[in-house]
Design a protein around this ligand. Structure first.
Ligand SMILES: Cc1cc2nc3c(=O)[nH]c(=O)nc-3n(C[C@H](O)[C@H](O)[C@H](O)COP(=O)(O)OP(=O)(O)OC[C@H]3O[C@@H](n4cnc5c(N)ncnc54)[C@H](O)[C@@H]3O)c2cc1C
Length: 460
Protein backbone atom coordinates (compact mmCIF):
# COMPACT_ATOMS: atom_id res chain seq x y z
CA UNK A 1 0.00 0.00 0.00
CA UNK A 2 2.42 2.55 1.18
CA UNK A 3 6.06 3.35 1.58
CA UNK A 4 5.38 5.98 4.11
CA UNK A 5 7.94 6.22 6.85
CA UNK A 6 10.15 9.23 7.04
CA UNK A 7 13.18 7.12 7.99
CA UNK A 8 14.58 6.00 4.72
CA UNK A 9 18.23 6.45 5.55
CA UNK A 10 19.45 3.16 4.06
CA UNK A 11 16.99 3.36 1.23
CA UNK A 12 17.86 6.99 0.58
CA UNK A 13 21.46 5.91 0.25
CA UNK A 14 20.37 3.66 -2.59
CA UNK A 15 18.18 6.31 -4.15
CA UNK A 16 20.89 7.94 -6.20
CA UNK A 17 21.66 4.70 -7.97
CA UNK A 18 17.98 4.02 -8.46
CA UNK A 19 17.39 7.47 -9.86
CA UNK A 20 20.21 6.99 -12.32
CA UNK A 21 18.59 3.74 -13.46
CA UNK A 22 15.24 5.47 -13.70
CA UNK A 23 16.59 8.23 -15.89
CA UNK A 24 18.23 5.65 -18.11
CA UNK A 25 15.12 3.55 -18.42
CA UNK A 26 12.65 6.39 -18.73
CA UNK A 27 14.76 7.97 -21.42
CA UNK A 28 16.03 4.84 -23.17
CA UNK A 29 15.33 4.59 -26.83
CA UNK A 30 14.34 0.89 -26.76
CA UNK A 31 15.62 0.92 -30.29
CA UNK A 32 18.31 -1.76 -30.93
CA UNK A 33 16.89 -3.66 -33.89
CA UNK A 34 18.64 -6.94 -32.93
CA UNK A 35 15.60 -9.20 -33.28
CA UNK A 36 13.54 -7.17 -35.78
CA UNK A 37 11.10 -9.34 -37.73
CA UNK A 38 10.74 -11.90 -34.95
CA UNK A 39 7.42 -12.62 -33.22
CA UNK A 40 7.02 -12.66 -29.42
CA UNK A 41 3.92 -13.50 -27.38
CA UNK A 42 3.44 -11.63 -24.11
CA UNK A 43 1.16 -13.39 -21.63
CA UNK A 44 -0.62 -10.93 -19.31
CA UNK A 45 -1.59 -7.30 -19.90
CA UNK A 46 -0.62 -5.84 -16.54
CA UNK A 47 2.06 -3.16 -16.37
CA UNK A 48 4.86 -5.73 -16.79
CA UNK A 49 3.32 -7.27 -19.91
CA UNK A 50 2.46 -3.89 -21.41
CA UNK A 51 5.94 -2.57 -20.62
CA UNK A 52 7.46 -5.63 -22.29
CA UNK A 53 5.23 -5.23 -25.34
CA UNK A 54 6.16 -1.56 -25.82
CA UNK A 55 9.87 -2.37 -25.58
CA UNK A 56 9.59 -5.25 -28.05
CA UNK A 57 7.59 -3.17 -30.50
CA UNK A 58 10.17 -0.40 -30.33
CA UNK A 59 12.77 -2.97 -31.38
CA UNK A 60 10.77 -3.84 -34.49
CA UNK A 61 9.53 -7.14 -33.06
CA UNK A 62 6.03 -8.34 -33.90
CA UNK A 63 4.16 -8.67 -30.58
CA UNK A 64 0.95 -10.45 -29.61
CA UNK A 65 -0.31 -9.71 -26.07
CA UNK A 66 -2.82 -12.19 -24.69
CA UNK A 67 -4.77 -11.49 -21.52
CA UNK A 68 -7.05 -13.86 -19.62
CA UNK A 69 -9.39 -11.21 -18.25
CA UNK A 70 -11.71 -9.06 -20.33
CA UNK A 71 -9.73 -5.96 -19.40
CA UNK A 72 -6.13 -4.76 -19.26
CA UNK A 73 -4.30 -3.54 -16.15
CA UNK A 74 -4.25 -6.65 -13.93
CA UNK A 75 -3.72 -5.40 -10.39
CA UNK A 76 -4.43 -1.86 -11.56
CA UNK A 77 -8.22 -1.90 -11.67
CA UNK A 78 -10.26 1.29 -11.57
CA UNK A 79 -14.06 1.02 -11.45
CA UNK A 80 -17.01 3.41 -11.25
CA UNK A 81 -18.76 3.08 -7.89
CA UNK A 82 -20.42 5.44 -5.38
CA UNK A 83 -20.63 8.12 -8.07
CA UNK A 84 -16.86 8.27 -8.57
CA UNK A 85 -13.85 6.28 -9.74
CA UNK A 86 -12.18 4.03 -7.17
CA UNK A 87 -9.09 1.85 -7.40
CA UNK A 88 -9.57 -1.75 -6.32
CA UNK A 89 -5.83 -2.38 -6.75
CA UNK A 90 -2.89 0.03 -6.92
CA UNK A 91 -3.61 3.67 -6.28
CA UNK A 92 -0.39 5.48 -5.31
CA UNK A 93 2.67 6.45 -7.32
CA UNK A 94 5.20 5.85 -4.54
CA UNK A 95 8.29 8.06 -4.05
CA UNK A 96 7.12 10.40 -6.78
CA UNK A 97 10.42 12.24 -7.32
CA UNK A 98 12.29 10.19 -9.88
CA UNK A 99 9.57 7.57 -10.21
CA UNK A 100 9.15 7.20 -13.99
CA UNK A 101 5.38 6.88 -13.55
CA UNK A 102 5.30 10.50 -12.33
CA UNK A 103 6.52 11.51 -15.78
CA UNK A 104 3.91 9.25 -17.40
CA UNK A 105 1.20 10.93 -15.29
CA UNK A 106 2.44 14.37 -16.30
CA UNK A 107 2.62 13.54 -19.98
CA UNK A 108 -0.92 12.13 -19.89
CA UNK A 109 -2.27 15.17 -18.02
CA UNK A 110 -3.31 12.95 -15.08
CA UNK A 111 -4.19 14.85 -11.91
CA UNK A 112 -2.58 13.63 -8.66
CA UNK A 113 -2.66 14.61 -5.01
CA UNK A 114 0.21 14.12 -2.53
CA UNK A 115 -0.30 12.06 0.63
CA UNK A 116 1.13 13.03 4.01
CA UNK A 117 0.44 9.78 5.85
CA UNK A 118 1.23 11.01 9.36
CA UNK A 119 -1.98 12.97 9.93
CA UNK A 120 -4.06 10.64 12.07
CA UNK A 121 -7.33 10.51 13.92
CA UNK A 122 -6.87 7.55 16.30
CA UNK A 123 -9.27 6.25 18.92
CA UNK A 124 -9.02 3.67 21.67
CA UNK A 125 -11.58 0.81 21.70
CA UNK A 126 -13.40 2.80 24.40
CA UNK A 127 -13.77 5.70 21.94
CA UNK A 128 -11.25 8.01 23.61
CA UNK A 129 -9.22 10.16 21.22
CA UNK A 130 -5.49 9.45 21.21
CA UNK A 131 -3.84 12.82 21.76
CA UNK A 132 -1.66 14.42 19.09
CA UNK A 133 1.25 14.45 21.55
CA UNK A 134 1.04 10.67 22.04
CA UNK A 135 0.80 10.04 18.30
CA UNK A 136 3.75 12.36 17.55
CA UNK A 137 5.92 10.63 20.18
CA UNK A 138 5.02 7.18 18.86
CA UNK A 139 5.72 8.25 15.27
CA UNK A 140 9.28 9.09 16.39
CA UNK A 141 9.57 5.70 18.07
CA UNK A 142 8.21 3.94 14.98
CA UNK A 143 10.77 5.71 12.81
CA UNK A 144 13.66 4.80 15.06
CA UNK A 145 12.52 1.15 15.23
CA UNK A 146 12.29 0.98 11.44
CA UNK A 147 15.77 2.49 11.16
CA UNK A 148 17.07 -0.06 13.65
CA UNK A 149 15.37 -2.95 11.80
CA UNK A 150 17.08 -1.77 8.64
CA UNK A 151 20.48 -2.09 10.33
CA UNK A 152 19.53 -5.52 11.66
CA UNK A 153 18.52 -6.53 8.13
CA UNK A 154 22.10 -5.87 7.00
CA UNK A 155 23.44 -8.08 9.82
CA UNK A 156 20.93 -10.92 9.70
CA UNK A 157 18.77 -10.63 6.55
CA UNK A 158 17.20 -14.09 6.84
CA UNK A 159 15.94 -13.70 10.43
CA UNK A 160 12.15 -13.74 10.81
CA UNK A 161 10.91 -10.25 11.66
CA UNK A 162 8.41 -11.15 14.42
CA UNK A 163 10.77 -12.26 17.25
CA UNK A 164 13.32 -9.53 16.50
CA UNK A 165 10.59 -6.90 16.61
CA UNK A 166 9.01 -8.38 19.75
CA UNK A 167 12.35 -8.18 21.58
CA UNK A 168 12.81 -4.56 20.54
CA UNK A 169 9.26 -3.61 21.55
CA UNK A 170 9.75 -5.26 24.95
CA UNK A 171 12.72 -2.94 25.51
CA UNK A 172 10.48 0.10 25.00
CA UNK A 173 8.80 -0.57 28.41
CA UNK A 174 5.56 0.94 27.20
CA UNK A 175 2.03 -0.05 28.02
CA UNK A 176 -1.55 1.14 27.52
CA UNK A 177 -2.33 3.72 24.87
CA UNK A 178 1.33 4.39 24.02
CA UNK A 179 2.15 0.75 23.25
CA UNK A 180 -1.12 0.29 21.36
CA UNK A 181 -0.49 3.39 19.26
CA UNK A 182 3.01 2.20 18.40
CA UNK A 183 1.62 -1.21 17.41
CA UNK A 184 -0.94 0.44 15.15
CA UNK A 185 1.69 2.66 13.48
CA UNK A 186 3.94 -0.37 12.91
CA UNK A 187 1.01 -2.40 11.60
CA UNK A 188 0.48 0.16 8.86
CA UNK A 189 4.11 -0.45 7.80
CA UNK A 190 3.88 -4.25 7.90
CA UNK A 191 0.67 -6.10 6.96
CA UNK A 192 -0.71 -2.96 5.28
CA UNK A 193 2.47 -2.14 3.35
CA UNK A 194 4.37 -5.38 2.79
CA UNK A 195 1.07 -7.36 2.73
CA UNK A 196 2.52 -9.81 5.27
CA UNK A 197 2.53 -10.02 9.07
CA UNK A 198 5.82 -9.84 11.02
CA UNK A 199 5.75 -13.65 11.43
CA UNK A 200 5.46 -14.12 7.67
CA UNK A 201 8.50 -12.12 6.51
CA UNK A 202 12.24 -11.85 6.99
CA UNK A 203 14.17 -8.74 8.01
CA UNK A 204 15.40 -8.49 4.43
CA UNK A 205 11.79 -8.74 3.28
CA UNK A 206 10.79 -5.80 5.46
CA UNK A 207 13.74 -3.74 4.27
CA UNK A 208 13.85 -4.64 0.58
CA UNK A 209 13.22 -2.21 -2.24
CA UNK A 210 14.88 1.10 -3.05
CA UNK A 211 13.29 4.51 -3.04
CA UNK A 212 13.53 6.68 -6.09
CA UNK A 213 14.47 10.17 -5.00
CA UNK A 214 11.96 10.70 -2.21
CA UNK A 215 9.02 12.98 -2.83
CA UNK A 216 5.46 12.39 -1.67
CA UNK A 217 3.38 9.40 -2.70
CA UNK A 218 0.77 10.56 -5.21
CA UNK A 219 -2.84 9.40 -5.39
CA UNK A 220 -4.31 9.44 -8.85
CA UNK A 221 -7.52 11.34 -9.42
CA UNK A 222 -9.80 9.45 -11.83
CA UNK A 223 -8.06 6.10 -11.34
CA UNK A 224 -4.64 4.53 -11.78
CA UNK A 225 -5.87 2.80 -14.94
CA UNK A 226 -5.10 6.07 -16.74
CA UNK A 227 -1.39 5.27 -16.31
CA UNK A 228 -1.93 1.81 -17.76
CA UNK A 229 -3.90 3.20 -20.70
CA UNK A 230 -1.09 5.64 -21.47
CA UNK A 231 1.52 2.86 -21.37
CA UNK A 232 -0.72 0.60 -23.48
CA UNK A 233 -1.08 3.17 -26.28
CA UNK A 234 -0.31 1.53 -29.61
CA UNK A 235 -0.25 -2.04 -28.19
CA UNK A 236 -3.00 -4.40 -29.31
CA UNK A 237 -4.20 -6.79 -26.61
CA UNK A 238 -6.29 -9.90 -27.17
CA UNK A 239 -8.43 -10.16 -24.04
CA UNK A 240 -10.32 -13.24 -22.81
CA UNK A 241 -7.41 -15.51 -23.78
CA UNK A 242 -6.25 -17.68 -20.87
CA UNK A 243 -2.96 -19.44 -21.53
CA UNK A 244 -2.88 -22.90 -19.94
CA UNK A 245 0.44 -24.33 -21.17
CA UNK A 246 3.68 -23.20 -22.77
CA UNK A 247 6.13 -25.54 -24.54
CA UNK A 248 9.54 -24.27 -25.49
CA UNK A 249 11.65 -25.90 -28.17
CA UNK A 250 14.69 -25.12 -30.26
CA UNK A 251 12.68 -23.40 -32.96
CA UNK A 252 10.21 -21.45 -30.81
CA UNK A 253 7.40 -21.55 -28.30
CA UNK A 254 3.92 -23.09 -28.48
CA UNK A 255 1.13 -21.84 -26.21
CA UNK A 256 -2.19 -23.53 -25.61
CA UNK A 257 -5.22 -21.63 -24.39
CA UNK A 258 -8.26 -22.57 -22.31
CA UNK A 259 -10.45 -22.41 -25.43
CA UNK A 260 -8.18 -24.94 -27.19
CA UNK A 261 -6.41 -22.62 -29.61
CA UNK A 262 -2.68 -22.98 -30.25
CA UNK A 263 -0.36 -20.01 -30.67
CA UNK A 264 3.26 -20.10 -31.83
CA UNK A 265 6.06 -17.54 -31.68
CA UNK A 266 9.83 -17.15 -31.60
CA UNK A 267 9.79 -16.26 -27.90
CA UNK A 268 7.55 -15.54 -24.95
CA UNK A 269 7.37 -13.12 -21.99
CA UNK A 270 5.25 -14.64 -19.22
CA UNK A 271 4.01 -11.61 -17.27
CA UNK A 272 1.47 -13.31 -14.98
CA UNK A 273 1.44 -12.82 -11.18
CA UNK A 274 3.53 -14.95 -8.84
CA UNK A 275 0.27 -16.24 -7.34
CA UNK A 276 -0.68 -17.76 -10.71
CA UNK A 277 2.75 -19.39 -11.05
CA UNK A 278 2.51 -20.80 -7.50
CA UNK A 279 -0.88 -22.34 -8.32
CA UNK A 280 0.56 -23.88 -11.53
CA UNK A 281 -1.97 -21.86 -13.51
CA UNK A 282 0.28 -22.40 -16.54
CA UNK A 283 2.05 -25.72 -17.24
CA UNK A 284 5.57 -25.43 -18.64
CA UNK A 285 7.12 -28.06 -20.89
CA UNK A 286 9.94 -28.65 -20.23
CA UNK A 287 9.46 -27.53 -16.62
CA UNK A 288 11.04 -24.22 -15.60
CA UNK A 289 14.64 -24.58 -14.29
CA UNK A 290 14.85 -25.87 -10.72
CA UNK A 291 16.20 -22.54 -9.37
CA UNK A 292 13.17 -20.77 -10.83
CA UNK A 293 10.77 -23.37 -9.43
CA UNK A 294 12.37 -23.09 -6.00
CA UNK A 295 12.07 -19.31 -6.14
CA UNK A 296 8.38 -19.55 -7.12
CA UNK A 297 7.78 -21.76 -4.09
CA UNK A 298 9.85 -19.69 -1.65
CA UNK A 299 9.02 -16.04 -2.39
CA UNK A 300 5.83 -15.10 -0.58
CA UNK A 301 2.71 -13.72 -2.24
CA UNK A 302 0.99 -11.48 0.27
CA UNK A 303 -2.48 -10.08 0.66
CA UNK A 304 -3.83 -6.56 0.87
CA UNK A 305 -7.57 -6.01 0.58
CA UNK A 306 -9.54 -2.80 0.40
CA UNK A 307 -12.97 -2.14 1.91
CA UNK A 308 -14.83 0.88 0.60
CA UNK A 309 -17.03 2.71 3.10
CA UNK A 310 -19.59 5.14 1.71
CA UNK A 311 -21.11 7.59 4.21
CA UNK A 312 -23.98 10.05 3.91
CA UNK A 313 -21.57 12.89 4.68
CA UNK A 314 -17.90 13.21 5.66
CA UNK A 315 -17.58 13.16 9.46
CA UNK A 316 -13.80 13.16 9.96
CA UNK A 317 -11.53 16.14 10.39
CA UNK A 318 -10.98 17.27 6.75
CA UNK A 319 -7.18 17.13 7.12
CA UNK A 320 -7.13 13.55 8.41
CA UNK A 321 -5.25 11.07 6.23
CA UNK A 322 -5.66 7.92 8.33
CA UNK A 323 -8.39 6.89 10.78
CA UNK A 324 -7.86 3.98 13.13
CA UNK A 325 -8.85 2.19 16.30
CA UNK A 326 -5.80 1.13 18.28
CA UNK A 327 -5.70 -1.95 20.51
CA UNK A 328 -5.21 -4.75 17.99
CA UNK A 329 -2.05 -6.75 17.44
CA UNK A 330 0.32 -5.47 14.73
CA UNK A 331 -0.84 -8.30 12.44
CA UNK A 332 -4.50 -7.27 12.80
CA UNK A 333 -4.05 -3.54 12.18
CA UNK A 334 -6.74 -1.83 10.11
CA UNK A 335 -6.29 1.66 8.70
CA UNK A 336 -8.99 3.71 6.97
CA UNK A 337 -8.17 6.52 4.53
CA UNK A 338 -10.84 9.16 3.82
CA UNK A 339 -11.11 9.69 0.05
CA UNK A 340 -13.17 12.90 0.12
CA UNK A 341 -10.30 15.09 -1.13
CA UNK A 342 -9.55 12.66 -3.95
CA UNK A 343 -13.11 11.94 -5.07
CA UNK A 344 -15.26 14.76 -3.71
CA UNK A 345 -17.48 12.04 -2.16
CA UNK A 346 -18.03 11.05 1.53
CA UNK A 347 -16.02 7.91 0.90
CA UNK A 348 -13.21 6.11 2.75
CA UNK A 349 -11.10 3.02 2.07
CA UNK A 350 -10.07 0.54 4.78
CA UNK A 351 -7.04 -1.73 4.48
CA UNK A 352 -6.62 -5.26 5.84
CA UNK A 353 -3.57 -7.35 5.06
CA UNK A 354 -1.26 -10.30 5.60
CA UNK A 355 -2.44 -13.51 7.28
CA UNK A 356 -5.25 -11.62 9.07
CA UNK A 357 -6.52 -10.13 5.82
CA UNK A 358 -6.41 -13.58 4.22
CA UNK A 359 -8.34 -15.15 7.11
CA UNK A 360 -11.03 -12.46 6.81
CA UNK A 361 -11.38 -13.00 3.06
CA UNK A 362 -11.62 -16.78 3.55
CA UNK A 363 -14.49 -16.29 6.03
CA UNK A 364 -16.69 -15.37 3.07
CA UNK A 365 -18.44 -12.62 1.16
CA UNK A 366 -18.57 -9.29 2.96
CA UNK A 367 -16.62 -10.45 6.02
CA UNK A 368 -13.61 -8.21 5.36
CA UNK A 369 -15.72 -5.06 5.10
CA UNK A 370 -17.71 -6.19 8.17
CA UNK A 371 -14.47 -6.43 10.19
CA UNK A 372 -13.38 -2.98 9.03
CA UNK A 373 -16.76 -1.49 9.93
CA UNK A 374 -16.74 -3.19 13.34
CA UNK A 375 -13.29 -1.74 14.04
CA UNK A 376 -14.53 1.72 13.05
CA UNK A 377 -17.61 1.30 15.26
CA UNK A 378 -15.41 0.33 18.20
CA UNK A 379 -13.43 3.55 18.01
CA UNK A 380 -15.88 6.03 16.54
CA UNK A 381 -19.29 4.64 17.49
CA UNK A 382 -22.18 4.71 15.02
CA UNK A 383 -20.55 7.65 13.21
CA UNK A 384 -17.96 5.21 11.86
CA UNK A 385 -20.60 2.88 10.38
CA UNK A 386 -21.11 3.59 6.65
CA UNK A 387 -24.38 3.61 4.70
CA UNK A 388 -22.91 1.25 2.08
CA UNK A 389 -19.76 -0.82 1.77
CA UNK A 390 -17.94 -3.20 -0.54
CA UNK A 391 -14.63 -5.07 -0.49
CA UNK A 392 -11.96 -6.55 -2.72
CA UNK A 393 -11.13 -10.27 -2.63
CA UNK A 394 -7.69 -10.41 -4.24
CA UNK A 395 -6.91 -13.88 -2.86
CA UNK A 396 -9.91 -15.33 -4.68
CA UNK A 397 -9.09 -13.65 -8.00
CA UNK A 398 -8.18 -16.58 -10.25
CA UNK A 399 -5.78 -14.51 -12.35
CA UNK A 400 -3.93 -12.96 -9.37
CA UNK A 401 -4.42 -15.13 -6.23
CA UNK A 402 -3.12 -12.51 -3.81
CA UNK A 403 -1.86 -8.94 -3.91
CA UNK A 404 1.92 -8.73 -4.28
CA UNK A 405 5.14 -10.54 -3.49
CA UNK A 406 7.37 -10.32 -0.41
CA UNK A 407 10.37 -12.19 0.98
CA UNK A 408 9.00 -14.99 3.17
CA UNK A 409 11.24 -17.01 5.53
CA UNK A 410 13.49 -19.21 3.41
CA UNK A 411 13.57 -16.80 0.47
CA UNK A 412 16.00 -14.02 -0.36
CA UNK A 413 16.54 -11.31 -2.95
CA UNK A 414 18.53 -13.82 -5.04
CA UNK A 415 15.24 -15.66 -5.62
CA UNK A 416 13.92 -12.58 -7.40
CA UNK A 417 17.01 -12.69 -9.63
CA UNK A 418 16.27 -16.37 -10.39
CA UNK A 419 12.66 -15.46 -11.24
CA UNK A 420 13.78 -12.88 -13.80
CA UNK A 421 16.44 -15.04 -15.46
CA UNK A 422 16.16 -15.75 -19.17
CA UNK A 423 15.34 -19.39 -19.88
CA UNK A 424 16.08 -19.92 -23.58
CA UNK A 425 13.17 -18.43 -25.50
CA UNK A 426 11.10 -17.72 -22.41
CA UNK A 427 11.35 -15.17 -19.62
CA UNK A 428 9.13 -14.37 -16.63
CA UNK A 429 8.28 -10.74 -15.83
CA UNK A 430 6.28 -8.93 -13.18
CA UNK A 431 6.65 -7.08 -9.91
CA UNK A 432 7.98 -10.33 -8.38
CA UNK A 433 11.01 -10.24 -10.71
CA UNK A 434 11.99 -6.70 -9.66
CA UNK A 435 14.88 -6.60 -7.20
CA UNK A 436 14.75 -2.89 -6.43
CA UNK A 437 11.03 -2.04 -6.72
CA UNK A 438 9.05 -5.24 -6.04
CA UNK A 439 5.34 -4.93 -5.18
CA UNK A 440 4.90 -1.67 -7.07
CA UNK A 441 3.46 -0.47 -10.38
CA UNK A 442 6.73 1.09 -11.49
CA UNK A 443 8.67 -2.05 -10.50
CA UNK A 444 6.34 -4.18 -12.65
CA UNK A 445 6.55 -1.83 -15.62
CA UNK A 446 10.35 -1.62 -15.54
CA UNK A 447 10.69 -5.39 -14.94
CA UNK A 448 8.64 -5.98 -18.10
CA UNK A 449 10.88 -3.68 -20.10
CA UNK A 450 14.02 -5.35 -18.75
CA UNK A 451 12.66 -8.84 -19.52
CA UNK A 452 11.80 -7.78 -23.08
CA UNK A 453 15.30 -6.42 -23.67
CA UNK A 454 16.89 -9.61 -22.30
CA UNK A 455 14.74 -11.82 -24.51
CA UNK A 456 15.19 -9.66 -27.61
CA UNK A 457 18.96 -9.65 -27.21
CA UNK A 458 19.15 -13.42 -27.44
CA UNK A 459 16.42 -14.38 -29.92
CA UNK A 460 18.14 -16.41 -32.62
C1 LIG B 1 -4.80 -3.97 -3.31
C2 LIG B 1 -3.51 -3.57 -3.98
C3 LIG B 1 -2.97 -2.32 -3.74
C4 LIG B 1 -1.77 -1.94 -4.36
N1 LIG B 1 -1.31 -0.67 -4.15
C5 LIG B 1 -0.25 -0.23 -4.88
C6 LIG B 1 0.08 1.14 -4.88
O1 LIG B 1 -0.61 1.97 -4.26
N2 LIG B 1 1.16 1.52 -5.60
C7 LIG B 1 1.91 0.64 -6.34
O2 LIG B 1 2.90 1.06 -6.96
N3 LIG B 1 1.58 -0.67 -6.37
C8 LIG B 1 0.51 -1.12 -5.68
N4 LIG B 1 0.13 -2.42 -5.77
C9 LIG B 1 0.98 -3.37 -6.52
C10 LIG B 1 0.82 -3.23 -8.04
O3 LIG B 1 -0.55 -3.22 -8.37
C11 LIG B 1 1.50 -4.42 -8.74
O4 LIG B 1 2.85 -4.52 -8.30
C12 LIG B 1 1.52 -4.31 -10.26
O5 LIG B 1 0.33 -3.77 -10.78
C13 LIG B 1 1.77 -5.70 -10.82
O6 LIG B 1 1.82 -5.66 -12.23
P1 LIG B 1 2.18 -7.00 -13.03
O7 LIG B 1 2.15 -6.66 -14.47
O8 LIG B 1 3.39 -7.62 -12.46
O9 LIG B 1 0.99 -8.02 -12.69
P2 LIG B 1 -0.59 -7.88 -12.95
O10 LIG B 1 -1.00 -6.46 -12.93
O11 LIG B 1 -1.25 -8.80 -12.01
O12 LIG B 1 -0.75 -8.41 -14.45
C14 LIG B 1 -0.70 -9.78 -14.76
C15 LIG B 1 -1.74 -10.07 -15.83
O13 LIG B 1 -1.66 -11.46 -16.19
C16 LIG B 1 -2.98 -11.91 -16.47
N5 LIG B 1 -2.99 -13.37 -16.40
C17 LIG B 1 -2.91 -14.16 -15.31
N6 LIG B 1 -2.94 -15.46 -15.65
C18 LIG B 1 -3.05 -15.51 -17.01
C19 LIG B 1 -3.12 -16.57 -17.95
N7 LIG B 1 -3.09 -17.86 -17.57
N8 LIG B 1 -3.23 -16.25 -19.28
C20 LIG B 1 -3.28 -14.96 -19.68
N9 LIG B 1 -3.21 -13.91 -18.82
C21 LIG B 1 -3.09 -14.18 -17.50
C22 LIG B 1 -3.80 -11.23 -15.38
O14 LIG B 1 -5.17 -11.22 -15.68
C23 LIG B 1 -3.17 -9.84 -15.34
O15 LIG B 1 -3.84 -8.93 -16.17
C24 LIG B 1 -1.08 -2.84 -5.20
C25 LIG B 1 -1.64 -4.10 -5.46
C26 LIG B 1 -2.83 -4.47 -4.85
C27 LIG B 1 -3.45 -5.81 -5.16
Amino acid sequence: MTKQTGVLSRREALALAATATGALVAGCADSAPAAAGKHVIVVGAGLAGLGAAATLRAKGIDVTVVEARDRIGGRVHSVERYGTTIDLGASWIHDSRGNPLTAVAKSAGISTIPTDYDIHQLRTPSKAAVSRAVVAKQIDKRDSIIDWLSTQADNDPNAILAPVLARELAKQHQSGVSAQTLNWLLGVEMPLDVAAAPAQMTLEGFDEGDTWNGGPDLMIRGGAIQLVNKIAEGTKVETGVEVTSISTGRSGVTLKTRSGSVLTADGCVVAVPLGVLKASGIKFDPPLPSATRRAIARVGFGLLNKSFLSYDAPWWDPNTVQLGTIGSSIAETISVFPLAKLTGKPLAVGFTGGSYGAALERRGAGKTAAAVIERMRLGFGDTGVPAQSSQTDWLGEKFTRGSYSYLAPGSSASDRVALGKLNGRLILAGEHTSTNRPATMDGAWLAGRTAASRLAATLP
